[in-house]
Design a protein around this ligand. Sequence first.
Ligand code: BEZ
Length: 211
Amino acid sequence: MSLQLGDTAPDFKAKTTIGEIDFYDYIGDNWALLFSHPSDYTPVCTTELGKTASLKSEFDKRGVKVLALSVDKLEDHLGWVNDINETQNVEVNFPIIADEDRKVSEAYGMIHPNASATATVRSVFIIGPDKKVKLTLTYPASTGRNFQEILRVIDSLQLTANYSVATPANWVEGEDVIITPAVKDEEIPAKFPKGHKVIKPYLRTTPQPNL
Ligand code: BEZ
């Protein structure tokens, strides 16, 4: 069975474009984004890794260590990085795991045999500082991911880890958030001194508390 939310993200050692890494040592107490792509030297993957590299300051700001993965050889990763840099106008600034023996892909359920027997699908795992899986996403090979959405989810995860709030549909940083049902009405003024609105007894909003 594939990894589910709340599961402990498996630790691993792997060959990468920045040398051998031990996953837990590499991510330390940070958040982590681990994502797989089907294959090197392919067009959609080239744009995805380029987009991720261009967002380095956004991942850094949020304390997120980024790692990409496919089952291709390290030499292929290293050659392809030159193409990504050239065509996407970036410097790839995160490790790409060469998971030739599929140890990591299998531990994380990144190979979906009915989609492809050999290649990883476009899996995304966001892992918290406690090494628990906080988000999983799976996209098919034909659809490039939206890395702004990944940043948006990280913002929500980091906010809701620290405050008794949840974020509504299409929320983005700076917008009002929802007070979780566990907070009693009488506790709201002390917990959320910026004010709040009661739209329904179960739908109470407040300005984003960490701004
Ligand atoms: C791509 O990255 O363009 C791609 C990779 C595998 C299958 C289809 C598209």
